[in-house]
Design a protein around this ligand. Structure first.
Ligand code: ES4
Ligand code: ZN
Length: 341
C-alpha cells in the first residue's frame, strides 16, 4: 500500500540488528552441510516454523545460539554479514551499525581471528558492493557475567580498529547494568562508543543505571522506561536515543499488557528520540501478510505505523532520528538527514 511504499523509499539507518539474528533458515542449513554441523531441526521449513513459536526472550535466545553454531569459518561470517547488508540496502538502509556476540563464538572454539576478519570484510566492502556504510558493535552477553565480558574485551584489543563500540545483550533480568560499570569505563578509555540493551524485559531502573553508570550513548529497546515518568523526562532532556524493535517486542511479549499502547505512547506522547530497528530479522516476522518482506527494518516501520497511527511526516522524523542517533560524523549525519526531508 501507500505507506509501505513510502517506508521502502525512506533513507534510513539501522542501529539495532544482531548479525547472528539475520541468519535465515536457508543459509543456516547451507552452512550446516558445508561445515558438518548437526542442527536440532530436520530442514529449513521446520526451523522456520519453530521460529514463529518463540514467545519469550529465553526461548528465543536458546534457538538463536543453537542456530549460530553453523558459523565456523571466516567465509561463513563474511557471507552472513554480506547477505544482511545486501538485504538492508534493498530496504533503503544507508548506514548500519551491526551487533555481534563474540562470546557466542569464542565459547564454541571460534577465535576472534576467524570471525572478525569475515565480518569486517563484509562491512568494508559494503559501500562499493551495496551502496551503504556499516560498522561493527561488539556486544557482551550478560548470561556469562562481567568477568567473562572483561576477558573478552582484552582479547579484542588487537582488533579494536575494526570495532566501533561495545554493547550489552542476551538475558536481562537478574543482570543489572551496574555489574558492568568497570568494563564500560575501560571501553570508554579505549575510545569505544557505548550502548546497552536495557528495559527490554528489565525494569526502568536498569535503563537509569545504563545511562548514569555505563555512560551509554543510546539505549537499546528502553521500552520499560515508560514505567518511570521522571526517567522519561531525563531521557528527553538528554536527547538519549532509544533503538526500538517493535516486531521483536511483539513476538517476545516483553511488555505485559498491550504493546501497541506502549509503542504509541513512546512515539506520540513523549519527546523521546525514537529509532526503529529489526533486532533479529530472520527470527521476528510480522504478524500477518504485511506489505514488507520478512522481519527486516521496513516491516518494523510498517507495524509501528499501523499500531500507532503514524503518517508520512512522523515516519520521516523516525528515519531522521536514525541518522541523528548514529555514530556517523556530523557532516555525514547532516547529509543523510537532509536526504530524508
Ligand atoms: C537479542 Cl531480542 C534480544 N534481546 C537480548 N539480547 C539479544 N541478542 C540477540 N537478540
Ligand atoms: Zn537486540
Amino acid at each position: 500500500d501507500r505507506l509501505a511504499a513510502f517506508i521502502a523509499r525512506l533513507p534510513k539507518a539501522e542501529l539495532h540488528v544482531h548479525v547472528e539474528g539475520t541468519l535465515e533458515p536457508g543459509m543456516m542449513f547451507e552452512l550446516a552441510e558445508r561445515n558438518g554441523v548437526e542442527l536440532p531441526w530436520p530442514d529449513p521449513a521446520a526451523a522456520a516454523a519453530a521460529r514463529a513459536q518463540y514467545t519469550c526472550l529465553e526461548d528465543f535466545l536458546a534457538a538463536y545460539y543453537a542456530g549460530m553454531s553453523v558459523l565456523r569459518t571466516t567465509r561463513d561470517y563474511k557471507q552472513l554479514a554480506d547477505a544482511y547488508l545486501a538485504r538492508a540496502a534493498a530496504q533503503g538502509v544507508r548506514h548500519a551499525e551491526v551487533f555481534f556476540d563474540p562470546q557466542a563464538h569464542l565459547e564454541r572454539g571460534v577465535p576472534f581471528s576467524t570471525f572478525l576478519p569475515g565480518l569486517a570484510a563484509a562491512v568494508q566492502a559494503a559501500p562499493q558492493r551495496h551502496g551503504l556504510t556499516a560498522s561493527l558493535i561488539m556486544c557482551f552477553v550478560r548470561h556469562l557475567g562481567p568477568q567473562a565480558a572483561a576477558d573478552t574485551l582484552e582479547q579484542a584489543l588487537p582488533h579494536l580498529p575494526l570495532i566501533c563500540g561495545v554493547g550489552l545483550d542476551s538475558s536481562e533480568l537478574g543482570h543489572p547494568p551496574h555489574q558492568y560499570r568497570a568494563l564500560f569505563e575501560r571501553a570508554a578509555q579505549l575510545g569505544l562508543h557505548r550502548v546497552a540493551h536495557a528495559g527490554e524485559e528489565g525494569p526502568a531502573e536498569y535503563v537509569a543505571e545504563a545511562v548514569s553508570l555505563l555512560g551509554v550513548e543510546r539505549v537499546d529497546h528502553g521500552l520499560h522506561c515508560l514505567d518511570d515518568p521522571q526517567l522519561v523526562e531525563r531521557l528527553e532532556a538528554m536527547r538519549m536515543p532509544l533503538t526500538v524493535c517493535p516486531l521483536s517486542n511483539l513476538q517476545l511479549q516483553v511488555y505485559k499488557g498491550c504493546l501497541g499502547e506502549k509503542l504509541t505512547q513512546l512515539v506520540r506522547d513523549t519527546r523521546l528520540v525514537i529509532t526503529v530497528n529489526s533486532d533479529d530479522p530472520a527470527y521476528f516476522l510480522p504478524p500477518s501478510k504485511a506489505a514488507c518482506s520478512g522481519g527486516y527494518v521496513n516491516a518494523n516501520y510498517l507495524y509501528l505505523a499501523e499500531v500507532a497511527g503514524l503518517d508520512e511526516a512522523a515516519l520521516a522524523e523516525l528515519a531522521a532520528n536514525s541518522f541523528r542517533a548514529s555514530f556517523l560524523g556530523p557532516a555525514a549525519k547532516e547529509a543523510h538527514v537532509a536526504e530524508v526531508a
